[in-house]
Design a binder for this molecule. Structure first.
Ligand code: NI
Length: 181
């Protein structure tokens, strides 16, 4: 490991009460903590690997998320502080989603195809972007995390229960395998 690399954070696995809680808005008093948190969140996300990570997933109940689709294998990091969806297209789009807090689990989720998102970055600068395609789904998924919503909350109870049971079983199996080693 690179001695200068940020320390990795532990990703919470569902079900966990922090994952179900609404995170609070970042205030100027949080600036230093958020500046320290963001490099660790990126390092944790890249290591996983994933394309998005919200602060509640690392047990920090603040409205912060990081996203990097790594299109063409090139980093394109986006920091979302206090993000807000200010407009959503009436057209919907369905994609398969996964989540680092539900490792190995996937389901088709339908969301608005395009969204306009306002947010601040880690330096406090304001941004407004129109996202479509994978970026739109990813940002909506991360903002959901800030509201205590997981991708499985968008699918039928039947499918959700199946996924949660499978996840619990796989996690138990992993713990048992780890104990044997
Ligand atoms: Ni997620």
């Amino acid at each position: 490991m690179d001695a200068l690399a940020p320390d990795l954070l532990t990703i919470l696995i569902a079900p966990h009460k922090v994952l179900k809680a609404r995170a609070r808005a970042v205030t100027p008093a949080d600036a230093e903590a958020v500046r320290a948190l963001i490099p660790r969140m990126f390092a944790t996300m890249y290591q996983a690997p994933g394309i998005g990570l919200a602060a509640p997933q690392v047990n920090v109940s603040l409205r912060v998320a990081v996203v990097d689709l790594m299109a063409d294998e090139k980093p394109a990091p986006i920091v979302l502080v206090n993000p807000e969806i200010v407009a959503a297209s009436p057209e919907l789009a369905t994609r398969e989603e996964g989540c680092l807090s539900l490792p190995g689990q996937y389901a088709d989720v339908t969301r608005p195809a395009r969204v306009v998102v306002r947010f601040h970055d880690q330096l406090g600068a304001r941004h407004e972007i129109t996202a479509e395609g994978l970026l739109s789904a990813c940002i909506q998924h991360e903002i959901d995390h800030l509201d205590g919503v997981l991708f499985v909350d968008h699918i039928s109870a039947l499918k959700r229960n199946m996924i949660m049971r499978r996840l619990a079983k796989e996690q138990r199996q992993q713990r048992e395998d780890a104990a044997k080693r």
